[in-house]
Design a protein around this ligand. Structure first.
Ligand SMILES: *Cc1c(COP(=O)(O)O)cnc(C)c1O
Length: 366
């Protein structure tokens, strides 16, 4: 039954065309569950962040500081940024949505790449704008294809760098070329949710582009390397005019005190961060080597997850079912147009060894 009545309140055009975001599965029946479907941290959060959260939860009757000054200061210090150009949000998802809301209207177009993060088309359609998809080559965004789709109606380009679910990235040179090819009124959003994991020295998350131009925003999150996905905390680094716009339209208290305190403590725990990064690098390499040995094709990834390619959509589905029956939850990515692939997040040592073992068993048994 269609729940929407033509005589009732009508949403913004485009909203009813949205396919709601479907998060990775949470669990399977019985036994131990290894959730490797949401790119969550395998090592959790800094105990200092958890303690700061618990401490601030003793006292909840007051509104937060709406400007989240202490957290923005901590982010600015950590990354060497201009504090007034940082805007925080309830996850970077909120900031992506706010950017789309501020800069898109019906009739406008916004471009994202073929296997780009599915929050982008949702944010674009929510505002009645048209999502334009630029084809990728080898599961990698293509600057030429993006620029070829810029029209007089284009207002935004969304690019996750590195991208989820492919794990690929564009080099600093490619991003500079992309930016150079865009008209000054087109806003380039560089989503750096996985920026902290990237070891490649030709990568750049985009700080200088933001500081030197009026049409580039970088978004970042505490959900991935900091292991605080449940907290809902992210930030955007913006040119002054865009920070001003976001500050006008965001909820006045969109970041809670416990989130702010946990975020600050996480930023201060450099040792925990370094260990989390070393853990990821070690196990990404191990998983890539071991799974390649099993004969599966893997898209080279610089994030905390791998895209595994099977022979067919059917085989990927059978692998997904085989693994879930054994408590291993991977992410099906058919909604991204990748029906023959599964995405695997780096897990604990136990989970990583177990998934390789069970994949081997599946591939023999298939
Ligand atoms: C996980 C992820 C985010 C982070 O979203 P939050 O709302 O900050 O949790 C943003 N972009 C991409 C591409 C992601 O994979």
């Amino acid at each position: 039954m269609n729940a929407h009545h033509k005589n009732g309140p009508q949403p913004q055009s485009g909203i009813l065309d949205i396919r709601p975001y479907v998060p990775g599965k949470v669990g399977a029946k019985g036994g131990k569950i290894y959730k490797l479907s949401a790119n969550e941290s395998a090592v959790g959060a800094s105990p200092k962040a958890l303690a700061a959260y618990a401490e601030s939860a003793r006292d909840m009757e007051r509104y937060p500081d709406g400007s989240v000054a202490a957290l923005r200061e901590a982010i600015a210090q950590r990354h060497g940024l201009r504090v007034q150009n940082i805007v925080c949000g309830a996850g970077s998802d909120e900031l992506l949505q706010l950017l789309a809301h501020a800069y898109l209207a019906p009739g406008d177009e916004a471009i994202y790449s073929q296997f780009g993060f599915l929050v982008y088309p949702i944010a674009i359609s929510s505002n009645g704008a048209t999502a334009v998809i630029a084809p990728e080559k080898n599961h990698r965004a293509d600057v030429g294809e993006i620029l070829a789709r810029v029209t007089a109606k284009t207002k935004m380009v969304f690019l996750a760098n590195p991208n989820n679910p492919t794990g690929t990235y564009l080099t600093a040179e490619e991003i500079a070329r992309l930016h150079q090819g865009l008209p000054a009124h087109v806003l380039l959003v560089l989503d750096g949710a996985y920026a902290e994991f990237v070891m490649a020295n030709d990568y750049d998350a985009g700080v200088a582009l933001v500081e030197n131009h009026s049409n580039v925003v970088m978004t970042r999150t505490f959900s991935k390397i900091y292991g605080l996905a449940s907290l809902r905390l992210g930030w955007a680094y913006c040119p002054p005019a865009i920070a001003d716009v976001l500050n006008r339209i965001r909820g006045p208290f969109n970041v809670s005190v416990p989130a702010m305190m946990a975020g600050i403590a996480a930023l201060e725990d450099q040792k925990f961060f370094d260990d989390a990064l070393a853990f990821n690098t070690k196990w990404m390499t191990w998983l890539t080597v071991e799974i390649t040995k099993l004969g599966l094709n893997i898209t080279p990834s610089v994030g905390n997850f791998l895209l595994l390619h099977f022979d067919s959509a059917g085989q990927a589905q059978r692998a997904d079912a085989f693994l879930s029956d054994r408590g291993l939850i991977l992410r099906a990515v058919a909604a991204y147009g990748l029906p023959a692939a599964l995405r695997l997040s780096v897990g604990t040592e136990e989970a990583n060894r177990f998934v390789v073992n069970k994949l081997e068993e599946f591939l023999k048994w298939r």
